[in-house]
Ligand binder design. Structure first.
Ligand SMILES: Cc1ncc(COP(=O)(O)O)c(C=O)c1O
Length: 384
């Protein structure tokens, strides 16, 4: 019998029925008061999520990468220098994106799975100032949450703009646009908010707007100025035909998210991540990455001797219909990743851990049946 797969990967995340219904309802025409109200509501809630009273939040029809590309186009001119601390797949991709638009990229290189050190950033900037530091809050390839507040402080003190990829972290872990002095932060609809893929949101502060006035990189579809002109209309609009259905779903997703509020959502992410980690440990598995306490979005787990990590993620999907994420880059075959941000409940995690237990047993790893489930239940009962 066909059933939907059980997604326990770090995005796209499972979509709640309310969101599916909203995006399946009749289209709101994209010019006029109906869409204007929709866009205003989505934008206001996103500002609350970013924790900003000062920034503009622009909505673009694209995945998160489009929002990141818009940043490189709008802030910089060819030859501008930026610093990108490299600690995983997505920070490396940010570097490639910057290079594709003619920026000169300086790097600090870390082993994958480590945290970027604010002192290293301060020292690199003291030795060689740059226009901006490009950061990734949740390094989805390793599960590590980077210390953005401290990194932003180091960058600001050196006079650099602070650009943060929050695609896989906004709504899942603490983030404070205004308080931390962030200049640009880019998120996506399909991660912690559990809407469909298709909308990127870009928060832009005053210093970033000033930089964009003098930037000469080519820009058209993602030109922030034209988005702002349309967003400031009495009935806000997108310059181009937007992903209207996704926007309708995103509104429903944000309503659900704010029913409980940000703090409850963050506490849930923390609890679910603890349950996954305790469950994995109870199966004799080793966790990967630094700062596990802070890593509430995705958990990278080292493969045991019995099977490589790709075999585990392939088998659990083939046998149980459960989608985990494989390792990327140098971690391919070595770790598999469980995503636990978005619209997940305790029982979704239990279901995934049960499938993991049976998969590992099948692959010859010694498992005490029910051990991971019991460990997760202990976490959940302790928080009720
Ligand atoms: C940290 C991070 N940045 C950027 C991206 C790219 O986002 P998208 O696939 O929405 O373009 C992802 C996707 O997983 C991500 O996790």
């Amino acid at each position: 019998m066909d059933r939907p797969e059980i997604i326990l990967a770090p995005g796209p995340t499972p979509i709640p029925p309310e969101v599916l219904l909203a995006q399946g309802s009749p289209l709101v025409y994209h010019r006029g008061p109906g869409f204007g109200n929709l866009m205003r509501d989505v934008t206001d809630r996103l500002k609350e999520l970013y924790r900003t009273d000062t920034a503009d939040v622009l909505l673009m029809t694209s995945s998160g990468s489009g929002g990141l590309e818009s940043t490189v186009q709008n802030l910089f001119s060819p030859g501008d220098e930026v610093l990108v601390p490299l600690a995983g797949f997505f920070s490396e991709r940010f570097k490639k994106l910057a290079e594709a638009f003619g920026l000169t990229v300086r790097t600090i290189e870390y082993e994958w799975g480590t945290k970027v050190r604010p002192d290293d950033v301060a020292a690199a900037l003291a030795e060689h100032p740059v226009k901006a530091v490009l950061l990734t809050q949740s390094e989805t390839s390793t599960g590590v949450i980077q210390p953005i507040q401290e990194l932003a402080r180091a960058a600001r003190e050196a006079g650099a703009l602070v650009v943060v990829d929050v695609v896989s972290s906004l709504g899942a872990v603490p983030f404070e646009f205004d308080e931390w002095g962030i200049d640009v932060a880019v998120g996506g609809s399909q991660k912690a908010l559990s809407a469909s893929p298709g909308i990127a949101f870009v928060a832009i502060g005053d210093r970033a707007w000033a930089a964009s006035d003098t930037a000469t990189n080519p820009r058209f579809y993602f030109d922030w100025r034209i988005y702002k002109t349309f967003a400031d209309l009495p009935n806000p609009e997108n310059p181009w035909t937007p992903a209207i259905s996704v926007m309708q779903g995103l509104q429903a997703a944000l309503r659900l998210y704010f029913q409980d509020g940000v703090d409850v959502a963050l506490a849930r992410h923390r609890m679910l991540s603890t349950a996954v980690k305790e469950g994995a440990k109870a199966l004799g598995l080793d966790l990967f990455g630094e700062g596990l306490e802070d890593n509430w979005t995705v958990t990278a787990i080292r493969a045991p001797e019995a099977a490589d990590a790709d075999t585990i993620s392939d088998t659990i999907r083939a046998v149980w219909g459960c989608v985990l994420a494989p390792g990327q880059g140098p971690l391919k075959g070595k770790v598999f990743r469980i995503g636990h941000f978005g619209y997940f409940s305790e029982l979704d995690i239990i279901r995934g851990l049960a499938a993991l237990e049976m998969t590992l047993e099948k692959l010859g790893h010694p498992v005490k049946r029910g051990a991971a489930v019991a460990a997760a239940e202990t976490v959940f009962m302790g928080s009720r």
